[in-house]
Design a protein around this ligand. Structure first.
Ligand code: 13P
Ligand code: SF4
Length: 332
């Protein structure tokens, strides 16, 4: 039976005041493991999550693998250690399951850069175009899309359309520009961007490369074209990991969010990994997504204990948003 304090905490969490102070000294690893079993919960984590969260997750992956995992889980509760659009996608795929996000404020600059009303007007101004959207967008934007994609399957998804089919791609202009070059298309691009990948400094990157000429630059396609031009390999987070694993090279400069280094180090412990530097970088030698890093072990524990905050998506909206997600999963 919940105490009054428990109820007050639940209320605070549901209103988004998430950082519930706990006076107890808790072993979060032990407690979270216990809650996982008790509640038949699965923790899905993105590679950009803090190390401890990746370590305790049942599955760590890129956006595509996480959506695929969410689509097939038989857990009663999905705990999404990632950002809001990821948890929302998991909820759309599992309307009858509880989907928890440790911090509701874990958003995404890319998703925020595409307001539904403006995007609707953009689509209406180009009625002969089909709409491909990057999964980093809201459910409302997904309802306006013909198909969703991730950086892991975007080329395949775009190539599923006839060559002469006019396309709109949103919200990431950098990924869209990269995909236009890769596929030889001329997609109309929405003007959105990821603040983390936009922040890489080309001058500092070239300086580091000069110091380490034997290193290969590998980059996420959310990076701007001046960064991508320097890269020997461009891929999703899972793609970058695979490349670092399979390449004969011993040294890489990694242009994506620094959280990936945790998994990369464990997959290639004998290789040298250098995080690509950001423009404004006073705290560390790398780029971090402030949204991804809002999730902490404490918030993960609290959200599992109180089963809040949980993601809610309007039924009609979810049904419409499901179609382009299912199309993506079928094509992947
Ligand atoms: P992927 O994991 O699909 O490469 O996406 C990176 C990202 O920015 C997620 O927000
Ligand atoms: Fe969004 Fe960029 Fe953070 Fe990914 S890294 S969640 S795209 S802001």
């Amino acid at each position: 039976m919940d105490t009054l304090l428990d109820k007050a905490k639940q209320n605070m969490i549901s209103k988004g005041f998430l950082d519930v102070e706990s006076s107890e000294k808790l072993d979060y690893v032990k407690e979270i493991e216990k809650l996982k079993k008790e509640k038949n919960a699965v923790i899905l984590a993105h590679y950009y999550q803090e190390d401890a969260i990746q370590d305790i997750a049942d599955f760590v992956g890129d956006s595509l693998a996480l959506a695929q995992e969410a689509a097939k889980t038989d857990a009663d509760i999905i705990v999404f250690a990632g950002v809001h659009f990821m948890a929302e996608t998991a909820k759309i795929l599992n309307p009858d399951k509880k989907v928890l996000l440790p911090d509701l404020k874990a958003g995404c600059s890319l998703a925020d850069s595409c307001p539904p009303a403006d995007f609707k007007a953009f689509i209406e101004a180009h009625p002969d175009h089909k709409v491909v959207t990057y999964i980093n967008c809201s459910a409302e934007i997904k309802t306006l899309s013909d198909v969703v994609c991730t950086s892991g399957n975007a080329v395949k998804i775009i190539e599923s359309f006839p060559k002469d089919q006019k396309l709109i791609f949103a919200p990431d202009k950098n990924l869209g520009d990269y995909l236009n070059k890769e596929t030889g298309r001329d997609m109309l691009l929405w003007d959105g961007a990821c603040m983390v990948h936009e922040a890489f400094s080309i001058e500092k990157l070239l300086d580091i490369h000069k110091e380490h000429p034997d290193a290969e630059i590998i980059a996420h396609p959310e990076s701007p074209s001046h960064i991508l031009k320097t890269a020997s390999f461009i891929g999703s987070t899972a793609g970058l990991l695979k490349y670092a694993r399979e390449s004969k090279k011993e040294k890489f400069i990694v242009a994506t969010e620094a959280g990936i280094l945790h998994e990369m180090i464990s997959q290639v412990p004998n290789k040298i990994l250098i995080p690509a530097p950001a423009e404004e970088d006073n705290t560390c030698a790398c780029s971090e997504c402030a949204y991804m890093k809002l999730n902490t072990m404490k918030k993960l524990y609290n959200c599992m204990k109180y089963e809040l905050p949980d993601i809610e998506v309007d039924k009609e909206l979810a049904e419409k948003a499901l179609l382009p997600i299912e199309r993506m999963l079928a094509l992947s």
